[in-house]
Design a protein. Sequence first.
Length: 274
Amino acid sequence: MKPVNVIAVTSGKGGVGKSNVSVNLACQLAKLGRRVLLMDADLGLGNIDILLGLRPTKTLADVIAGRVHLRDILIEGPCGIRIVPAASGIKRMAEMQPSEHARIVQGFADLGDDFDVMIVDTAAGVSDSVVTFTRASTHVLVVLTEEPTSLADAYGLIKVLKRDAGISNFNVLSNMVSGDRSGRAVFNRLNEVAQRFLDVNLRYAGAVPRDEFLKKAVSRQKAVSELYPATDATAAFKRLAAVVDRWAPPTTARGHIEFFVERLLGVPNLAGVA
């Protein structure tokens, strides 16, 4: 089996367009010929199915309950991506312990060599599930906007992930900005503070501009990458996908889904029980 690049898309606060980034990044990676799995890892308030107008009949709640296998709940999304729908609004899912998160991820071992990339759309903020899924991923993409609160919350998120998950390398995407210059300015402000007070490395992943066509796509419950391919937002997501596609996959011999499971648990050689 070849390694799978697992990319956690996360944010310090809600309302910064994180799930839209996850969907359109997945879509553009698929357009590059990658086999992409998108996991809605907001285990209480998942919204990717709503964002895309999908109506899953089974969710992760059914996998946890042992009623179905993970493969049985996959649904097809835009650009040919496959989606793992979350259990939206189910309080029990939001209160799962890290060990229970592992039961979900172990199901991925059944998927074999079907995918090249997995995008993990985490919850916003610094909940246990965010720490768990980001720690398990190969790369972390932090989404923020120009708002001072978004900047402060992104810094807080990075601080927590460094302290609680031992993550030192972060990729940063400036979303809903006026252009690349503004995007770099947002990144530079965050990077300056992080370099001063945190022992982390931040890397600029790019910027996505404010685009009315993105709002139109959301209102129509479609991915802007598929509905409006000639827009500024779509072009930005295409550039982001080109950047992400160059990120190195896991280098371990057991770099497939086993790598994700082992990192999620923090204990090696447990993937064999999946």
